[in-house]
Structure formats: structure tokens, C-alpha cells
Design a protein around this ligand. Structure first.
Ligand code: GDP
Length: 358
């Protein structure tokens, strides 16, 4: 499954956040005998629609989609030069599908900042620069090799050209993610570049920032189009010890309406390019993970490979239509249930039953 690698400077709250994530780990909670990698936190994607489906279908249990976060220790200046643990960090980041950077915006004189001041923009730049330098090193080695290959094999030329375009952006200090459609991510895939991965920013903030709308808007704009999540990592860890009512009170006291981990799970899911569709019956109400843009047969394959191979059609009702009708039978009577074929692109909130043969 796809993962987000948690990175950031030392002392920004990565471990605090990761501990909160693992305390909220659905695997630990539901599958006590599952082997869990110590550096992976598998958290549920909150989805209130599942509660509603379970109510309509009388489902025995709810199975949410999950998002996996990998703890990748601290990056420091010089990581790209392979100094100390640098190489290991970079190798770990290479394995992740997206980069989740924790940025400190909380003020606390007792917590030392590695560079002596709390400056979100500067911290983001330190991390980005290390990743950019690592990619430039990769390209410095790859480009001469690709030039040789392209001389004998014409089909290597497009990759060589794409690598040169990427190098241009990196030399200007632009990550390949920020370069967006101007680079060919598909072609460049075999080079395993780091800054091509989607970025997500977690601003580890205190109440003074969380309640400051202008500041939040400014930080959001600074990292757009990447997603930004604002939370207080210390509070997130405390929330998991509380009952719902006390948790809500604590959140409200810092100007929040839901746990930051919920927003983080949603943003992580979105950053990875994932979406869900829903199924429901007497046994379970469940969210299934697919890629944005997947067709109905692909979606069916997530349940069982046979469902993809033997796909006939999908019976689909939009979640809101189903709720409005009150039952599957009523939704059908109201003409809200559609039959979709193999070219149908799944939409968020589709409640589905697949028809398949053999
Ligand atoms: P890491 O080095 O990035 O993993 O940072 P840690 O999670 O170990 O946090 C470093 C220190 O900052 C610890 O003493 C934490 O208790 C503290 N810390 C983490 N998050 C917050 C926060 O949101 N507010 C405050 N005031 N302190 C925090």
C-alpha cells in the first residue's frame, strides 16, 4: 500500500506526532496479532458516511479505509552529502510515495530549535534544499549515462530530455513537484527522484497560531498547491486518552472543531491521489481504496481480482441519493440506482454493488 514519509528538522514534533498516529493505529486496535513495522502508523480515514450506511443496512461492523505514515527520523543540513545518517534518510524517503513534512510553528523556549529560531519558511527551505541537492546528484550521474544510451537507443532520448528539463528546475531551486505538469513524471519514474513525490505540510502549531486565521492563510498560501494541515502534536497525543466529550472541549479550547489527525488522514489520502468508494450490507459497511480516476472494473479488483476479470457491471447509487431515499429498495424505486459499465470512472461517494461472472 502507498505510504507517506514523515520528515522534518529535529525538534519540530515528528516523534510526538508519530506517537499520536501509532496510538490511533487501526491495525494495532483491530488486528492484535498483525506484524506491525515499528516505524509505520496505519490510521483510519475518518468517514461519517460509513456510520450512516451501517444504520441503513444494519451492518454489524464498519471498516474504514486506512492511510499509512512512515517515520523517517530527522533530516539535517548536509543530508544530501551522505553525511552521517544522511544516506539512510534519503533511502527511506525514496521508498515513500509522498513526503509529509512537519514544520514547527509553536513557540516554546524550552524546546531548542536547531537553527535557533522558529521560522517556518526557512525550515521548509532547508529540507527542500537537501532533497533538491540529492536529486541533482542523481541526475548528474544519470544524464551522462542516458546520453550514451540515447546514442545507440533512440527510445532513451525522451527520458534524457525529460531529465535535462528536471535538472533545469532543480538548479533554479524548484522541486519537481512544484514544477507540476512542466515535467514528465511518468517518464522520469525510473530515476526515483525525491522531489517529484507529492508534498504535504503539517504545521505543528500552538493555540496562538491555530486561532490566527491570517497566519494560517499565509502559511497555506506559502505551500500551495501542496495540502497543509494545522495541528498541535502535543494536544493530538492527549486527545487519544480522552472520551469524546472531553476531547471536543480540549479541541475547542485551541480553536479546533475536529482532531488534527482526522484532517491529516484526509490530506494524506488526497496527497497520495487516492479516493474511496463504499459498499454496505448486513455484515459490514466498508470504504475501499482506489486511485483517483480508476474505472469500475479496477475498483472491483480491489475487493477481489476475480471481480475485475469477471466484471459485468456495477450497480451504483450516490451516497446522498441513498440517504435521501432511506433504503436501497426506495433508491431503486426512485430511479436513483444506475447500472454502469466497464468504462465508468468511479466518483467519490459511490455506493456500489458489483455484478460479476465466474
Ligand atoms: P522531533 O525531533 O521532530 O521528533 O521532535 P519531538 O516530537 O521529539 O519534539 C521535540 C520537543 O518538542 C519535545 O519536548 C516535545 O514535547 C515538544 N513538542 C512537540 N510538539 C509540540 C507542540 O506542539 N507544542 C509544544 N509546546 N511542544 C511540542
Amino acid at each position: 500500500s502507498l505510504t507517506l514519509g514523515i520528515v522534518g528538522l529535529p525538534n519540530v514534533g515528528k516523534s510526538t506526532l508519530f506517537n499520536a498516529l501509532t496510538k490511533n493505529d487501526v491495525l494495532a486496535a483491530n488486528y492484535p496479532f498483525a506484524t506491525i513495522e515499528p516505524n509505520v502508523g496505519v490510521v483510519p480515514l475518518p468517514d461519517k458516511r460509513l456510520d450512516k450506511l451501517a444504520e441503513i443496512f444494519g451492518s454489524e461492523r464498519i471498516v474504514p479505509a486506512v492511510v499509512s505514515f512512515v517515520d523517517i527520523a530527522g533530516i539535517v543540513k548536509g543530508a544530501s552529502e551522505g553525511a552521517g545518517l544522511g544516506n539512510k534518510f534519503l533511502a527511506n524517503i525514496r521508498e515513500a510515495d509522498a513526503i509529509c513534512q512537519v514544520v514547527r510553528v509553536f513557540a516554546d523556549d524550552d524546546v531548542i530549535h536547531v537553527d535557533g529560531r522558529v521560522d517556518a519558511a526557512a525550515d521548509i527551505e532547508v529540507i527542500e534544499t537537501e532533497l533538491i541537492l540529492a536529486d541533482l546528484q542523481t541526475l548528474e550521474k544519470a544524464i551522462p549515462r542516458l546520453e550514451k544510451e540515447a546514442r545507440v537507443k533512440k527510445d532513451r532520448k525522451p527520458l534524457l530530455d525529460a531529465a535535462k528539463v528536471a535538472e533545469g528546475f532543480l538548479n533554479e531551486g524548484t522541486t519537481l513537484f512544484a514544477a507540476g505538469k512542466k515535467i514528465d513524471a511518468e517518464l522520469l519514474r525510473e530515476l526515483s527522484l525525491l522531489t517529484i513525490k507529492p508534498f504535504l505540510y503539517v504545521f505543528n502549531a500552538d493555540e496562538s497560531v491555530l486561532t490566527d486565521e491570517a497566519k494560517v492563510a499565509e502559511l497555506k498560501a506559502a505551500v500551495a498547491p501542496a495540502d497543509a494541515v494545522f495541528l498541535d502534536a502535543k494536544v493530538e497525543a492527549e486527545l487519544l486518552e480522552l472520551d469524546d466529550e472531553s476531547a471536543l472541549e480540549l479541541l475547542e479550547s485551541i480553536g479546533q472543531t475536529e482532531p488534527g489527525l482526522h484532517a491529516l488522514a484526509r490530506a494524506g489520502f488526497h496527497t497520495l491521489g487516492l479516493q474511496t468508494y463504499l459498499t454496505a450490507g448486513p455484515k459490514e459497511a466498508r470504504a475501499w481504496t482506489i486511485h483517483q480516476g480508476d474505472t469500475a472494473p479496477k475498483a472491483a479488483g480491489v475487493i477481489h481480482t476475480d471481480f475485475e476479470r469477471g466484471f459485468i457491471k456495477a450497480e451504483i447509487v450516490a451516497f446522498d441519493d441513498l440517504v435521501e431515499a432511506g433504503s436501497m429498495a426506495a433508491a431503486k424505486a426512485a430511479g436513483k440506482v444506475r447500472m454502469e459499465g466497464k468504462d465508468y470512472i468511479m466518483a467519490d461517494g459511490d455506493v456500489v454493488e458489483f455484478r460479476h461472472g465466474g
